[in-house]
Design a protein around this ligand. Sequence first.
Ligand code: 5GP
Ligand code: MG
Length: 175
Amino acid sequence: MTTLEILFTPGDIETAVARLAREIERDYREKQPLLLGVLKGCFVFMADLVRALDMPLETEFIHLSSYGRGRAATSGRVRVVHGLRAGIKGRHVLVVEDIVDSGTTLDFILGYLRRRGAASVRVCALFSKEASRRVPVPVDYLGLSVPDCFVVGYGLDYDERFRYLRGLYRLKEDG
Ligand code: 5GP
Ligand code: MG
């Protein structure tokens, strides 16, 4: 049986998003940054973050996918499903990630962006599992730390389920 245990309420997440927005505004106010969301998981966070930000910015998305499904998806190799359409040369790019786990995906993205000549690249992640890191990656703006477990909600899925939940939950499979 699958059960969900709440880790962060919608209120906890809202507070974290507001704090991140103030930090990003402080550093990017004059820079017209390009917020680059990593699909699919980022879409809920991205929508709340851009509305919390009070400054000029642009948005773009890349769609990456790991091989494998369910929990196995986080440990797979990274594949580009839909890449950048426009150039990012000279742009200040802020990568918007739902969650950083092993660091494999983020490490891939940072290499992908550096090859395309961005003026600067930083990372904003709403959730991070520091204890699960296998590749060291910088997270410049971090929302909330999550223990080493599988989580769903607020855009994060388990085989496409649970993305719509407004809080963040630990997924437990009993039996
Ligand atoms: P990483 O490459 O850092 O191991 O994992 C990155 C991606 O795997 C995240 O962007 C996210 O899409 C997915 N992922 C990692 N941990 C979790 C988790 O606990 N729950 C869900 N639903 N997805 C996760
Ligand atoms: Mg993701």
